[in-house]
Design a protein around this ligand. Structure first.
Ligand code: ATP
Ligand code: MG
Length: 228
């Protein structure tokens, strides 16, 4: 579904990504891991077209999208929930969801409320009045309103309660099993990754250092590249 080849990216003269390559096979859930500051967010922003690589190639569904805009990538079937949620506190839940739709469209698909019933109950509440876990569900739901085939989630479990983390994992499982969605998730929480993900990609200092099926995520890799 997605192939990234030899991507380099710099913030000014500080290089953040070095020859990064990875693959996300169709209908799998792949976890992007690594310590703070290794370049995970930079990489997913590059995949979404929000950061422009200095070299390398990004192919999505057999199409070279390296030069395409974020909007074009979204139209081709990419959905993105950024780190830190970025919901609008002064818009209602429903209005927040509408911001994920293309211009001229205002109907939020009912399936979103099926996946996240709490949002259906809170349609007219302000985003800023929701709990952290509810805001996170809103952020994921907003990425789903266009029914993307490929979903990128940047640390959806950051700072939220274990029961909500479990619920988010179950929703992602359903999206994968029932709708065949492909998911790339930035995640630090090992138990979550081992329960829900098929493959992992591990980064260190702007480079990919390991990529394998989830069984290949050994204690050695965890202690070398994840524990502080
Ligand atoms: N806008 C920016 N301008 C300059 N440097 C940046 C910018 N954003 C990130 N960086 C730097 O790029 C490197 C990678 O940051 P990035 O946010 O991609 O890491 P991350 O793996 O997502 O970290 P975290 O786990 O904390 O979210 C870091 O050294 C960071 O300081
Ligand atoms: Mg990050």
């Amino acid at each position: 579904m997605l192939t990234v080849e030899n991507i380099n990216f710099s913030y000014g003269n500080v290089q953040a990504l070095f020859e990064v390559s990875l693959e996300v096979p169709r209908n799998t859930m792949v976890c992007l891991m690594g310590r703070n500051g290794v370049g995970k967010t930079t990489l997913v922003r590059t995949i979404m077209g929000l950061c422009r690589p200095t070299s390398g190639q990004i192919c999505f569904q057999d199409q070279d999208v390296t030069a395409k805009s974020t909007y074009q990538r979204a139209r081709l079937g990419m959905g993105y929930a950024p780190q830190g949620r970025h919901i609008f506190p002064r818009l209602t839940v429903e209005e927040n969801l509408q911001t994920g739709l293309p211009r001229g469209q205002s109907a939020v698909p009912e399936s979103v409320f099926d996946y996240f019933p709490v949002l259906g109950d809170m349609k007219s509440r302000f985003g800023g009045d929701l709990s952290g876990g509810q805001q996170q569900q809103l952020s994921i739901a907003r990425a789903l309103v266009t029914d993307p085939e490929f979903l990128i989630l940047d640390e959806p479990t950051e700072g939220i309660q274990p029961n909500i983390i479990q619920r988010i994992g179950e929703v992602l499982n359903r999206l994968s099993a029932e709708e065949g969605k492909t998911i790339l998730i930035v995640e630090q929480y090992l138990a979550f990754v081992k329960t829900f993900c098929d493959r992992f990609v591990l980064m260190n200092r702007g480079r990919v250092v390991a990529a394998d099926t989830i069984d290949g995520l050994t204690d050695g890799l965890v202690s070398d590249y994840l524990h502080v």
